[in-house]
Design a protein around this ligand. Sequence first.
Ligand code: GAR
Length: 195
Amino acid sequence: MLNIVVLVSGGGTNLQAIIDGIDNGFIKNTKIVGVISNNYGVYSLERAKKAGIESFVVSPKDYPDRDAFNDGLLEKVKSLNPDLIVLAGFLVVIPEKMIDAYPNKIINIHPSLIPSFCGTGYYGLKVHEAALARGVKISGATVHYVDKGTDTGPIIMQKAVEVKEGDTPKVLQQRIMEEAEWKILPAAINKIANS
Ligand code: GAR
């Protein structure tokens, strides 16, 4: 059994895709042992509650500085003893200490085809704004291992999605979530859990 901790910051549709994938048997031999959010009051926490999964908030607001927050986050993760840490829309730079403590055991979903539109400053809607500004006709999503760079770790899975005439960042974001993210994140977890 692969015990996973899911780290979130917002609405948690990717978290929901993992919960559903486990429930419907698409993801095998996997258990979510906890959900951690860096923000209070986000819908991800409701999703965890509805699924009967323990959830926690580790917010920078509750710590005197970034180092203390990073230590608090690592401590909470360690207390859950995961085999794999899944960043599902976790919009926080992962502390080096955490990467050292969990080498090749942290994965991330990014809403573009890496190496396009990734790295520092490319997160959430900003990724889709940049893709539309560049005029690409294809975008997509990537699941990759997390290393010390930003979006530089080994790629596990990618899926391409068509950009359509008249797309707004929100419309493109939604299509990429539906056609790519909600599929490849559960698939990557299942692959890791069963290989
Ligand atoms: C997702 O589109 C995810 O790929 C992105 O944030 C969104 C979170 O949505 N992550 C990044 O941009 C990471 N750099 P969700 O809370 O509904 O899963």
